[in-house]
Design a protein around this ligand. Structure first.
Ligand SMILES: Cc1cc2nc3c(=O)[nH]c(=O)nc-3n(C[C@H](O)[C@H](O)[C@H](O)COP(=O)(O)OP(=O)(O)OC[C@H]3O[C@@H](n4cnc5c(N)ncnc54)[C@H](O)[C@@H]3O)c2cc1C
Length: 510
């Protein structure tokens, strides 16, 4: 029999095994030799920071936390073509193997290890490889991401399945316990490699440096996939999991007459404070405390009819250069597993809607806007991957910054009046929101913080419409637009869930 006990304790107590044993003895009247965390969250709303804990305990050894996955041998099974080896593509492939299908993945980028060298080139020499970068390559945008695993999905079963699969492939079991689980950029690549090895060992295929460049359709079906502009591959079922940065894919679909729609997304800047300041604000002056994690924040404000909100906040993280084409700049952020960098960064973005423009029916209206802002920011510095920056208070009060504190953005920043450079309906709302955020988190609006621009790849600016139940494209019945690039996910966990769902939908009709 497994029992649970829920209680609240101090951060120090939560790290003491003796305290936990005493707690069990006091609450249950006897000693239990087997116990472990079931859930854990931090409550920092008051000065008295508390840890909310649920413990599970038993007289017998506790069962493994992770279920047994039986991956089948699929060498001779029917093939499923998956385009993109991001979280969606990889989890679709694992699901295919669990269901007895053979996944064949086409990925434009390189494997995780080779990809790492290309990321170093961006940081050190501002040289961008358009096929191998923070967004493209094995593991997708998820690999060198923060690995924050929280999602707005309320379907606990689906989320637990993804977390358990990640643990099966090497993630720490704590991700099953923490209210805000996080893996860290340094640990994700190994997990991705383990997933790849499983797919290959079971008989699946992964083709790197293999970009989908075209497709042929007939009678509402995709009949062939073109890879690298060279060979045409006949196909039965295609999961299209190419992420939100694969603009070429949107153009390819459009050229083939496949229906697309403009989709709301969000765009703004990435702001960086010192982590110490964020800890001081969020933890009521308690800083450098080994018992509590680096603090995060989540902010939202309605400004003149539009939401302005923080996005992908990275405690102890760095700002990363995430462009996929030369002639554009894009920022995003990540943290290592220990979140031990001295910086705290977050996207602060304004909701953008097709109706903001005069031609909302044009499927590319939001994408064109996103491209325009990324190019404008690039041209403002004239350097390939440097980004325009402004101290936060200077941005809000409309002043050129004369110098900068240290920034984690290694390609560098150049002083630009972002309040004038960004489209005025964005800049103006950001200015107002920053003032409001300072009322919620006094001290947030400081000239010791720096805004970097742009934060523009928050979600896909295009929706690839699909049947609500069968999940295939509304007109092309064997094409499964999947996850973030198609507009059905935002983040690692929801992308992985959608990959699994699309594969499940294919199995249902077979
Ligand atoms: C720096 C950074 C930090 C992030 N931090 C987090 C975080 O902490 N938590 C979180 O939940 N999310 C985070 N995200 C977002 C997360 O990574 C994405 O939501 C997620 O990866 C989307 O998964 P996906 O499989 O839909 O697409 P992607 O991960 O974008 O994968 C798409 C794949 O398709 C490939 N591809 C594209 N076009 C083609 C083509 N034509 N042919 C063949 N292959 C193609 C790409 O190379 C890529 O590998 C972060 C993103 C970045 C960039």
């Amino acid at each position: 029999m497994i029992y649970t006990l829920t209680f609240t304790c101090t951060p120090e107590e939560a790290q003491s095994t003796e305290f936990i044993q005493q707690m069990l003895l006091r609450e249950c009247g006897k000693e239990y030799p087997y116990f472990r965390w079931k859930k854990r969250s931090i409550d920092a709303r008051s000065r008295n920071i508390k840890i909310n804990v649920t413990l599970e305990y038993s007289k017998e050894p506790l069962p493994p936390r992770v279920r047994n996955f039986s991956f089948h041998k699929v060498n001779k099974s029917p093939e499923i073509h998956i385009v993109g080896a991001g979280p969606a593509g990889l989890f679709a492939a694992l699901k295919a193997i669990l269901l007895g299908y053979k996944p064949v993945i086409f990925e434009r980028g390189k494997n995780v290890r080779a990809r790492r060298r290309d990321l170093a080139l961006i940081a050190r020499h501002q040289v961008l490889n358009e096929e191998s970068n923070y967004c493209f390559g094995e593991g997708g945008a998820g690999t060198y991401s923060d690995g924050k695993l929280y999602t707005r999905s309320k379907k606990r079963g689906e989320v637990d399945l993804i977390l358990e699969i990640l643990v099966h492939f090497g993630a720490d079991e704590n991700i099953l316990v923490d209210a805000h689980p996080h893996i860290g950029t340094n640990k994700l690549p190994k997990i991705i490699e383990n997933i790849r090895e499983c797919i290959l060992a079971q008989g699946g295929e992964i083709h790197f440096n293999s970009q989908l460049t075209g497709l042929r359709t007939a009678k509402h079906k995709v009949t062939h996939l073109e890879i690298n502009g060279q060979k045409w591959i006949p196909t039965q079922h295609v999961i299209l999991a190419t992420g939100h940065s694969a603009r070429d894919v949107f153009y390819t679909l459009h050229r083939e007459g496949i229906k697309l729609l403009a989709k709301p997304f969000a765009l703004g800047v990435r702001v960086e404070h010192s982590q110490e300041l964020i800890d001081r604000i969020q933890y009521h002056g308690r800083v450098n405390d080994q018992f509590i994690p680096p603090a995060s924040y989540s902010l939202v404000e309605q400004v003149e009819g539009k939401g302005v909100y923080s996005f992908c906040m990275c405690p102890g993280g760095i700002i990363a250069p995430c462009a996929t084409k030369n002639g554009e700049v894009v920022t995003n952020g990540w943290s290592p597993s220990k979140r031990n960098n001295p910086y705290a960064n977050s996207g602060i973005v304004v909701a953008i809607d097709p109706s903001d423009f005069s031609n909302p029916e044009d499927p590319f209206v939001c994408l064109d806007f996103q491209k325009m802002v990324e190019k404008t920011c690039h041209d403002a510095t004239g350097n390939n991957q440097k980004v325009p920056g402004q101290r936060l208070l200077d941005f809000v009060e409309g002043r050129q910054s004369v110098d900068f504190p240290r920034s984690s953005y290694t390609p560098g920043i150049e002083s630009v009046r972002l309040d004038l450079l960004l489209p005025s309906f964005v800049a103006h709302r950001l200015q107002k929101a920053f003032r409001a955020f300072d009322r919620k988190m006094p001290g947030f609006l400081t000239n010791d913080a720096v805004v970097h621009a742009p934060e523009s790849r928050t979600s896909s600016p295009i929706l690839i419409p699909r049947d609500r139940e069968k999940l295939h494209h509304v007109e092309i019945t064997n094409l499964y637009p999947c996850a973030e690039g198609a507009g059905y996910a935002g983040g690692i966990v929801s992308a992985a869930i959608d990959g699994i769902k699309c594969m499940g939908a294919i199995a249902d009709i077979n």
